[in-house]
Structure formats: structure tokens, C-alpha cells
Design a protein around this ligand. Structure first.
Ligand code: GLV
Length: 386
């Protein structure tokens, strides 16, 4: 049994089909069909990394819907799917829709995807039976929601659960950039720490400085609360004022133009939309203070990458801290990596154990609701129910 094509149609159970785990499975009993039984899972044992292995999801299926799960996720994160779907799963580090999923597009009724998978009209056309799209992310800019709505397909996301983790990460990279942690840690490691230098590695003061938040949604507010605790003054811009945040944190509503001119830190928390794409372009960067620090933990394309590289190299602004980039991932030889005043981390805003698990669980709740004809608990296009 070398491929999913040879395994899948002959299987009598309901299976999760996934890339062979990198770690060998070394417990369990090998059956005479070459399957290894590990607890209640069955894995093929003699395949290479490019082969596929098979995990039963339900020994007694009636005719559960087929779903595509674009990446391998821990079994216990998606345990609620067990027995309710047949699932074909892409590899752990899939950078796009894996070929082993492509062959099932026509029959799939559900799609469980990550933000790295573009779900555009062209893909949707190849999925005539699709009834639910579940994105394991808060943002849905990777999905053509309008095209889904047109077909009456509900789209689910995982809001709120990642607010704290993303706000924590935002503060972590803001503080790292402000206090030059990457540069100073690198210098210490490289033997440049010769003495307690009174003028070495000087960074920005926080207390009394102003943090400008672009997009005072839930994450923006959570960042504002944390920053308030550090003594930062809060300014913000959004489509409309937020009197609740003004009352709680003394936050000041500014136009975008005023905010970028006045603030010492500018942190982006708006969704990626046609209106926010390229918002931080050359013109905006040139208006910022030369001492300003730009933080982006929202979406890479909100910032014009080439303009930012020039701004950092030529000192239009002091530093940037990026959890997201455009493109993503940024190629390892990208000029931004050579700039000591640019901190880049690999889109880890929601990357805590508890948050990622809960995101997967919520994505499963959405997927099952969609397949069972129930309203998605976290739905971005509720107009499909009208
Ligand atoms: C992460 O960036 C998300 O939108 O969930």
C-alpha cells in the first residue's frame, strides 16, 4: 500500500489520511496487512516521508461527509471530528493545498484550512459539493468570503480566543524593539559585551511616550490595556471613536494622518482589506517621527515592505517589530533581515499551546455545524442564513 489511492477506497472505516509522521511510531502491534495498531489508531509502518499513512476516525461509518484538513494537526485538537467525518489531511508544514488533497476537491463537502491557504473563486469552483469553510484563524483575508456567500457556503473563523496571546506577543516585540533586545543579545553572544557601557544599547523610554493603535478592535484594545500598564499614553484611529476605551484608558481618537505624525510607537491591529492594504506606505513612513517604532502583528500587506526597508535603512523611522510580513514567509536573504533595527518573528501571535488548541477546537465546531446544517457558532458571513 503505497499511496492514498490504494488505501482510501478499500478502507471500510472512516479515516484521517495524513503525511507519515516524521517520528517513527515504535509502540503497537503490526498486523499482517502491514498496519501498525497504536491504541485506537492505525498507521502504516513501511512508508517513506512522501508516502501517506492512515488513521481511522470511526470504525462504523454510515456515510459521513468528506472533509479536507489542509494541515496535520494533533489528534486531540480535532478529536470532535472523530466518527463524524471522513478526513483527508495535508502535511504538517504544507505551504499550499497538498496534491493529496487536490485529488479529493470534487467530492469534499467541508474545508478546514489555515490562513496560508488561499480559498479563492478558482478553488471554490473545483469544489462543487462544498458546504462549509472553516478557517483556523481570526482573520479571513485568505478566503473569498463574497464568493462563498454567493454560493450560500458559511465561512467560520476563530475570533476572540487569540486576543490575549496576540496582544502579549505585540507587547513582547514592541518591548524587544524598544530596548533593542535582538541586537544586544547578538552582541553579547558575539563577545561585544566588554563592560557595563553607559552609552551602549540605549533604547526608547516607554512611560510618557504615546502608542498609536491603528484599529481599536479586541486585539487593539488588549494591547492598549497592556501598554497603559507600562505608562504609555494611548492614541488610536479607527472607523469610529470608541468612548468605552477612551473612558477606561484615557485613549485619544486621532485621524490616521495625525496618529502617524504624533506617535512614538505605531501598532497595527486592523484587518487586511482593500482600504488597509499598503496603508503604511512610503508617504506614511516619511511622516512618522525619526524616533518612531512600527509594530505589525496584524497582516503583512498592510505595510509596503520595500518602503519599510528603505525607511529603516535611511532612518526615516527608528525601528520595526514584525510578526507578519509581505510576502510571508519572508525569503531568508531578504534585506529586512540584514537591518539591525528590524525584528522579525514568524507570525507567532497566536502561538501558545492553549490558544492554538482552542482555535482548532473552534474550527472543528464550525466545520461540524456547517456540515450538519446548523448555524456556525463563529460565522463571518451570517447573511448566508437570511
Ligand atoms: C492569525 O493571524 C489569525 O488571524 O488568526
Amino acid at each position: 500500500m503505497k499511496s492514498v489511492a490504494s488505501v482510501y477506497p478499500r478502507s471500510s472505516g472512516v479515516y484521517r489520511i495524513t503525511a507519515t509522521p516524521k517520528e517513527p511510531i515504535n509502540t503497537g502491534t503490526t498486523t499482517d496487512q502491514g498496519l501498525k495498531i497504536v491504541g485506537n489508531l492505525i498507521a502504516q509502518t513501511s512508508l517513506t516521508n512522501s508516502d501517506l499513512s492512515v488513521f481511522p476516525m470511526n470504525p462504523n461509518p454510515s456515510n459521513p461527509p468528506l472533509v479536507l484538513i489542509t494541515h496535520t494537526l494533533p489528534d486531540d485538537w480535532i478529536a470532535s471530528l472523530q466518527g463524524k467525518v471522513r478526513a483527508v489531511t495535508g502535511p504538517l508544514d504544507a505551504t499550499g493545498l497538498a496534491p493529496e488533497l487536490e485529488v479529493h476537491l470534487a467530492e469534499a463537502e467541508g474545508l478546514f484550512c489555515l490562513l496560508t491557504i488561499p480559498v479563492r473563486a478558482e478553488l471554490l469552483q473545483r469544489m462543487p459539493r462544498l458546504r462549509a469553510v472553516s478557517n483556523m484563524a481570526a482573520g479571513v483575508d485568505n478566503i473569498d468570503v463574497a464568493a462563498c456567500t454567493e454560493r450560500g457556503i458559511p465561512v467560520g473563523n476563530t475570533p476572540d480566543v487569540l486576543t490575549d496571546a496576540t496582544a502579549d506577543l505585540t507587547m513582547a516585540i514592541l518591548l524587544s524593539a524598544a530596548r533593542r533586545l535582538p541586537e544586544s543579545a547578538q552582541d553579547a553572544r558575539a563577545g561585544q559585551w566588554r563592560t557595563w557601557s553607559p552609552t551602549g544599547w540605549l533604547g526608547a523610554d516607554l512611560r510618557g511616550a504615546t502608542l498609536g493603535i491603528v484599529g481599536m478592535g479586541k486585539i487593539g484594545r488588549a494591547v492598549a490595556e497592556r501598554a497603559h500598564g507600562f505608562g504609555l499614553r494611548i492614541a488610536y484611529t479607527d472607523t469610529s471613536p470608541r468612548p468605552d476605551v477612551e473612558a477606561a484608558l484615557g485613549a485619544k481618537f486621532l485621524s490616521f494622518a495625525e496618529l502617524i505624525r504624533q506617535c512614538d510607537f505605531v501598532s497595527l491591529h486592523c484587518p487586511l482589506t482593500p482600504a488597509t492594504r499598503g496603508l503604511i506606505n512610503e508617504s506614511a513612513l516619511r511622516k512618522m517621527k525619526p524616533t518612531a517604532i512600527l509594530v505589525n502583528a496584524a497582516r503583512g500587506p498592510i505595510v509596503d515592505t520595500a518602503a519599510l526597508a528603505r525607511a529603516l535603512a535611511e532612518g526615516w523611522i527608528a525601528a520595526a517589530a514584525l510578526d507578519v510580513t509581505d510576502p510571508e514567509p519572508l525569503p531568508p536573504d531578504h534585506p529586512l533581515y540584514l537591518l539591525p533595527n528590524c525584528l522579525i518573528v514568524p507570525h507567532i501571535g497566536s502561538a501558545t499551546h492553549g490558544t492554538r488548541r482552542r482555535m482548532a477546537e473552534m474550527a472543528c465546531e464550525n466545520l461540524l455545524a456547517g456540515l450538519e446544517g446548523r448555524r456556525l457558532p463563529y460565522c463571518v458571513n451570517p447573511e448566508v442564513y437570511k
